[in-house]
Design a protein around this ligand. Structure first.
Ligand code: UTP
Length: 402
């Protein structure tokens, strides 16, 4: 077993592992090296995926939704009463931009009283379940880095009043982080620096954790997937659920009208005729500023990481290979002399699959506009744009006390 590890270290000329050759390698490290997917290293020299031909995709706009609201809501509530809708909280990220070293959901956004991000999300969900009169199964994705603390936090806070039988946790997969020359980083003497594999692998991880059976048993047909970091996130929104079901689409995406053509959000569009997300940096100035006859931006509806997916379709696409994105991040590591280094600037590549690529695998998607002032308060940074400060402003505007 160790011989194969040494072969791998030598064959790939691994800078941070070389000194281990000839020594007694800790078993945990042997297992990690044996189990890791070395093919990730080959991706570093590859260019980003090529994209297809983009075309704009409109949205079901607020005015139209308003006129059909009660009809959609009745469909959504019926589905929820029949336990056909589950929710997936993506909470495996590391929140490096926020600079908070615990799970982001444990961040206390309160000023005059405690208000944890997880707490606010559960409150948002409870508003719906109280109205519906039935619980929505909630599946929380964590990573190896924050799984124990997240489970303990929920337990300590009595699941913020939610029925704990309807809350299940599962852990996403980890992948190695490498320096810019392709050397696998080491976190400690007995372990590699592993990172969560992005937010695109959630369904595979959910199924691997055995929760596919739980969903089937409960009769869950739709999953509402959402990010941990939007404190105004409306979860299992019956109007959105009803509109998506009625549309006949296999997926739906909540979108907000961009505040300017260059806002740093991905825009929902079509790529080779399929629903897709074009990132803000992929838009040419012509595309970013293009408008229709009524003056609205053609690529003007930004995604807020709140999607509804039909479970049947998720199983169908589960075997498809998703593109792996190479992202530059700050990853703490141990150098060759054994010093612990905490970098101030990005020093490593991480390998991630992204949920936006999952949307492309869906045949169709209802683009569903929501009011950004009421539903979009992301906490990405400590200060400035999409920060704790801006989220607090929006909480205040929505009458939420903190
Ligand atoms: P972000 O793309 O903002 O990543 O996540 P992040 O890791 O939380 O933050 P930064 O970039 O390091 O500052 C969007 C959503 O996807 C989840 C996050 O928890 C958040 O809900 N996510 C991200 C995962 O669940 N797993 C991942 O590996 C990455």
């Amino acid at each position: 077993m160790k011989a194969s590890v040494i072969e791998k270290i030598n064959a790939t000329n691994q800078k941070y592992l070389k000194h281990l050759v000839g020594k007694d390698i800790p078993q945990k490290l042997v297992d990690q090296i044996n189990n890791m997917d070395w093919s990730y290293l080959d991706l570093i020299d590859q260019k980003e995926q090529t994209r297809g031909t983009f075309a704009p995709l409109g949205a079901m706009e607020l005015s139209e939704i308003e006129t059909k609201k009660e009809e959609f809501k009745a469909i959504g509530i019926k589905a929820m009463k029949e336990c056909k809708v589950g929710a997936i909280l993506l909470a495996g990220g590391q929140g490096t931009r926020l600079g908070f070293d615990k799970a982001k959901g444990m961040y206390n956004i309160g000023v005059n009283k405690d208000l944890y991000i997880f707490e606010q999300l559960i409150r948002n969900l409870q508003k719906v379940t109280d109205e519906v009169g039935a619980y929505v199964p909630l599946y929380v994705m964590t990573s190896d880095k924050n799984d124990v603390q997240t489970r303990e936090f929920f337990a300590e806070h009595d699941y913020f009043g939610y029925d704990k039988d309807y809350v299940k946790f599962f852990v996403q997969e980890m992948v190695p982080a490498v320096d810019f020359d392709g050397n696998v980083l080491v976190e400690a003497e007995d372990s590699l620096a592993m990172s969560p594999n992005g937010n695109g692998g959630w369904f595979t991880s959910l199924v691997q954790a055995g929760l596919g059976a739980d969903m089937k048993e409960k009769g869950v047909e739709w999953l509402n997937v959402f990010a941990v970091d939007n404190v105004l996130q409306q979860i299992a929104d019956p109007v959105f659920v009803g509109a998506t079901i009625q549309s006949g689409c296999v997926s739906g995406a909540k979108v907000v009208r961009k505040c300017d053509p260059y806002e740093k959000v991905g825009a929902l569009c079509l790529e080779d005729g399929k629903p897709s997300i074009i990132e803000y940096y992929e838009l040419t100035p012509e595309m970013a500023e293009a408008t229709n006859e009524s003056g609205s931006l053609l690529y003007g509806f930004g995604v807020i990481l709140n999607y509804l997916f039909r479970v049947e379709k998720l199983f169908e696409i589960a075997e498809k290979k998703m593109p792996v994105h190479i992202v530059e991040k700050k990853v703490p590591y141990m150098d060759e002399e054994g010093n612990a280094i905490k970098p101030d600037t990005p020093n490593a590549f991480k390998f991630e699959t992204l949920i936006v690529d999952m949307v492309y695998l869906m045949d169709n998607c209802l683009s569903f506009e929501v009011d950004r002032e009421k539903e979009f308060a992301p906490v990405k940074n400590a200060t400035g744009v999409d920060s704790v400060e801006s989220a607090r402003e929006l909480l205040k505007k929505n009458g939420i006390e903190f």
